[in-house]
Ligand binder design. Structure first.
Ligand code: NAD
Ligand code: GLY
Length: 346
């Protein structure tokens, strides 16, 4: 088993990574928590695959909230339903809530844990690759509003994160590929060895090691900048244009991972326009190999408009993440008008 730890504003967060970990999750949880009861939040798809396997490991009373799968349910009314389920089951401040699922379940449950009774213990058991390498670690929680994604939330570290790569075997290929976009992101921003690993035809055999390397980067970044005021922005490589195209596709034409893939290519092209070496051909070839899109098909003016409405704009500049060489990312403030010119040329 590989372990990593992180100390955040609300205490220690331990991260365990092991193939088959879900099979003894109950034992790992009981080493860390002493609750009187456990509440598991999951979605309808994950419930049918893994809920019983987890719930039967507890001798304590277990209650559940099974939410419908899908980003459209990442909203306040779902969180309210979870509060009611927890309170109806007799949940108190010394009890434990577990998020069993992808990033949607993780973000919603994390927000419920951060806010119910002003904060209760949280364990994340991520079941998508994206959630294992990204969303379950680092304490960003929240929900979407009609005005945009992730607009309501809290920083709230899970006390324990249990990552079992074995559960990825049931993911649809496209959902697995979504997570690979974030994996590639880590390669470009911090560790090019990840790019070598995922370029191998049998890289899935090494997925546990790949996940570990990604989580280590995320842990290191969050340890320095938990609240996203500086270094943590490098985790948004590919996300500036990515969020814009995700929005232009009404969050249905492209998944988050697909949008990030397209956004990373755009970011490298933009870097080349500013005089950096053009790293985009190698990225395009890798993303295609992984089953991810690379072409920017939306109207450039519309992309610029969507990009400006994103929350990462500060005054007249946008903090853009440029990669100078694989493994070296820089947060680069770009004047909105200059960015406009670059986007039109993409
Ligand atoms: P998701 O949670 O919607 O999961 C994708 C689909 O996979 C769902 O239908 C789910 O039911 C299914 N699924 C999950 N695990 C499965 C398994 N093991 N086998 C089969 N099917 C399975 O999507 P996601 O890509 O995991 O997460 C996306 C969300 O994460 C977005 O809301 C995004 O904003 C958020 N996010 C948060 C952070 C953060 O730091 N908090 C970071 C990145 C993304
Ligand atoms: N996924 C970006 C972050 O956690 O900051």
């Amino acid at each position: 088993m590989q372990t990593l730890s992180l100390t955040g504003a609300n205490g220690l967060s331990e991260i365990l990574i092991e193939t088959g970990l879900l099979g003894h999750a109950g034992a790992e949880i009981s080493k860390v928590f002493s609750p009187s009861r456990v509440h598991i939040v999951t979605d309808s798809t994950v419930a049918s695959l893994y809920l019983d396997a987890l719930a039967r490991q507890f001798t304590l009373p277990v209650s559940t909230s099974v939410i419908p799968a899908g980003e459209e349910h990442k909203r306040l009314s779902t969180v309210e339903g979870i509060y009611h389920d927890m309170l109806a089951a007799g949940f108190t401040r010394k009890d434990l809530v577990i998020a069993l699922g992808g990033g949607v379940v993780g973000d919603i449950t994390g927000f419920a844990a951060a806010t119910l009774l002003r904060g209760v213990s949280l364990c994340q058991i991520p079941t998508t690759l994206l959630a294992q390498v990204d969303s379950s670690v680092g304490g960003k929680t929240g929900v979407d509003l009609a005005e945009g994604k992730n607009l309501v939330g809290a920083f709230y570290q899970p006390r324990l994160v249990l990552i079992d790569p074995a559960v990825l075997s049931t993911l649809p290929d496209a959902t697995f590929a979504d997570g690979m976009a974030e994996v590639v992101k880590y390669g470009y921003i911090a560790n090019p060895a990840i790019l070598d690993m995922v370029s191998q035809p049998d890289y899935k055999a090494e997925i546990e090691k790949i996940i570990y390397e990604c989580v280590k980067i995320k842990r290191d970044v969050v340890a320095i900048d938990e609240h996203d005021t500086g270094l943590r922005m490098i985790l948004n490589f590919g996300h500036t244009v990515g969020h814009a195209v995700e929005k232009l596709g009404n969050y249905t034409e492209l998944t988050h991972g697909q949008a990030v893939a397209i956004g990373m290519v755009a970011a490298l092209r933009l870097g080349a326009m500013r005089g950096d070496p053009d790293l985009s051909p190698a990225l395009i070839s890798l993303l295609q190999q992984l089953g991810l899109p690379t072409a920017l098909t939306y109207d450039r003016e519309a992309i610029y408009g969507a990009l400006l409405s994103d929350k990462k704009k500060f005054g007249g500049t946008v903090n853009f993440i440029l990669v100078r060489e694989p493994g070296r990312a820089e947060i680069t403030p770009i004047e909105a008008e200059t960015l406009h010119e670059y986007i039109l040329k993409l």
